[in-house]
Ligand binder design. Structure first.
Ligand SMILES: Cc1cc2nc3c(=O)[nH]c(=O)nc-3n(C[C@H](O)[C@H](O)[C@H](O)COP(=O)(O)OP(=O)(O)OC[C@H]3O[C@@H](n4cnc5c(N)ncnc54)[C@H](O)[C@@H]3O)c2cc1C
Length: 428
């Protein structure tokens, strides 16, 4: 069966693209024309993964079913894992999918397309560090976040029922993920401790290890300094200028000495899948598909967007791997692909990345970040509750694009109420 537009990957970018195109084409046309394929059956916005890891977000409650989203936004959905691509014959191969008991859920199959959009995201970059793959937890998908949470829960319980020990967690990489995870862990532990008996209480030591001289290196220095101060106030140990040389069970070896660690999270660097190199398209140093300023790959009618694409960005650097870039590219491609169908003689203008700023949650009612644009100059610092609200608005914006305003409001309210009733950290 041939589909007009096939999108692989229903993440921050691909899902918004499918929803925008489906709604643009309408109930009958949309379902026939647009097919979204993902190897997961439900969607969870990736920037929320640190909350799943810390146990403050329930992935089963937060996750949205692709078939339901497809029905509401007028596109089709197929469960499938991209394993091969023939750009000349415009055919892709979806590999076998098995369940946890190794039973075959879906057999391999092929799909033909007229236009293909690759939106399969990326993973972490271990920079070849010895022991990292074996001993560190990654936060690349829901399964990773849940696996870490299971270990965290077990370690919390074991420490609480031992004799007054300290539990050590080391997080490698002080970007937004590392910073936000450390605050979630500290706050969850504080809340949990308040309910333990004196004999069960234990200390939690979180060390954030960063190779660069400061945390949040991609953000302005003022933001980085504010965040560093807030983290230190919370008791997070910041180890900057520290290159991780090796990861072992129970410790990190860094250029600034050993860091004890019962649990290790690797939240540094971005690198796309090695298998991207086997798909017959030009790829870059980080295995991303190299695209031009119209997001076109090296093969005709095949586009790439979001974290899996190396797109030309400002000052000669590639567009950063961020949710706001994926959302902007989804809006751009929705327009460009719809225009190509309604008036093939018109050529869309190039895609230009607009950095709208960055926000980091520091737990509770606190956030910090910088907004770019007209608000008080090119780089406007916000902090406290306003920054926290702006941070939440980003999340809500993604849900508004796929659920609409009313359903997003209901979801936000139910999440707030759920957290009020059940607390941040769940030990189950
Ligand atoms: C913990 C964490 C916190 C973050 N916080 C922020 C933040 O605060 N702000 C920000 O801007 N960015 C943040 N990011 C980065 C942001 O999440 C990504 O830039 C964004 O999700 C990229 O969107 P995407 O659509 O390219 O890929 P993704 O959102 O990763 O989606 C990729 C999709 O492709 C599917 N897929 C992958 N491989 C296959 C395959 N072979 N076959 C079928 N389907 C496949 C996956 O299941 C997934 O649904 C964070 C990332 C993490 C991990």
């Amino acid at each position: 069966m041939e589909h007009d537009i096939v999108i692989i990957g229903g993440g921050a970018g691909g899902l918004e693209l499918a929803a925008r195109l489906g709604r643009r084409f309408g109930p009958r046309e949309g379902r026939r024309r647009v097919l979204l394929i993902d190897h997961s059956i439900f969607h969870l916005w990736k920037p929320s993964l640190h909350e799943v890891a810390a146990g403050s977000l329930d992935s089963h409650q937060e996750g949205l079913s692709y078939p339901v989203l497809a029905r509401r936004n007028h596109f089709s959905f197929a469960f499938g894992d991209l394993t091969g691509l023939d750009p000349t014959n415009k055919t892709l191969t979806l590999g076998e999918i098995r369940d946890q008991d190794d039973a075959v859920l879906v057999r391999p199959r092929t799909v033909k397309f007229r236009t293909l959009v690759l939106a399969i995201g990326s993973g972490s970059n271990l920079f070849g560090t010895p022991g990292a793959a074996e001993h560190a937890h990654l936060l690349e998908d829901v399964a990773d976040a849940e696996a870490f949470n299971k270990r965290l829960t077990a370690a919390f319980l074991a420490t609480a029922y031992s004799d007054g020990q300290t539990m050590n967690i080391a997080i490698v990489g002080a970007g937004a993920t590392g910073v936000e995870l450390s605050t979630e862990l500290i706050e969850g532990h504080d809340e949990l401790s308040a309910g333990l008996t004196e004999g069960q209480k234990f200390d939690l030591a979180v060390t954030l290890v960063e190779a660069a001289p400061r945390i949040l290196g991609g953000l302005p220095e003022r933001v980085s300094a504010k965040a560093a101060h807030a983290l230190e106030e919370k008791g997070v140990r910041l180890l900057t200028d520290a290159k991780v040389k090796a990861v072992h069970a129970g410790r990190l070896d860094t250029s600034r000495g050993e860091v004890p660690a019962d649990l290790i999270v690797w939240a540094a660097g971005v690198k796309a899948a090695e298998t991207n190199r086997d798909l017959g398209l030009t790829t870059g140093r980080l295995n991303q598909f190299v695209v031009d300023d119209h997001l076109r790959t090296s093969a005709p009618d095949i586009y790439a967007m979001g974290d899996c694409a190396e797109a030309p960005g400002p000052e000669g650097r590639p567009v950063p791997a961020r949710a706001q870039a994926a959302a902007q590219q989804a809006a751009y491609l929705a327009k460009a692909l719809a225009m190509a169908r309604s008036d093939p003689s018109r050529e869309p203008g190039p895609y230009v990345y607009h950095d709208k700023g960055s926000l980091v949650s520091l737990g509770g009612d606190r956030g910090v970040g910088s907004l770019m644009g007209n608000l008080g100059g090119p780089n406007f610092l916000i902090e406290g509750l306003i920054a926290k609200w702006a941070y939440m608005a980003l999340h809500l914006d993604h849900h508004r694009a796929i659920l609409g305003v009313r359903r997003t409001a209901i979801l936000a309210l139910s999440r707030l109420l759920h957290r009020r009733v059940s607390g941040r950290l769940k030990l189950h």
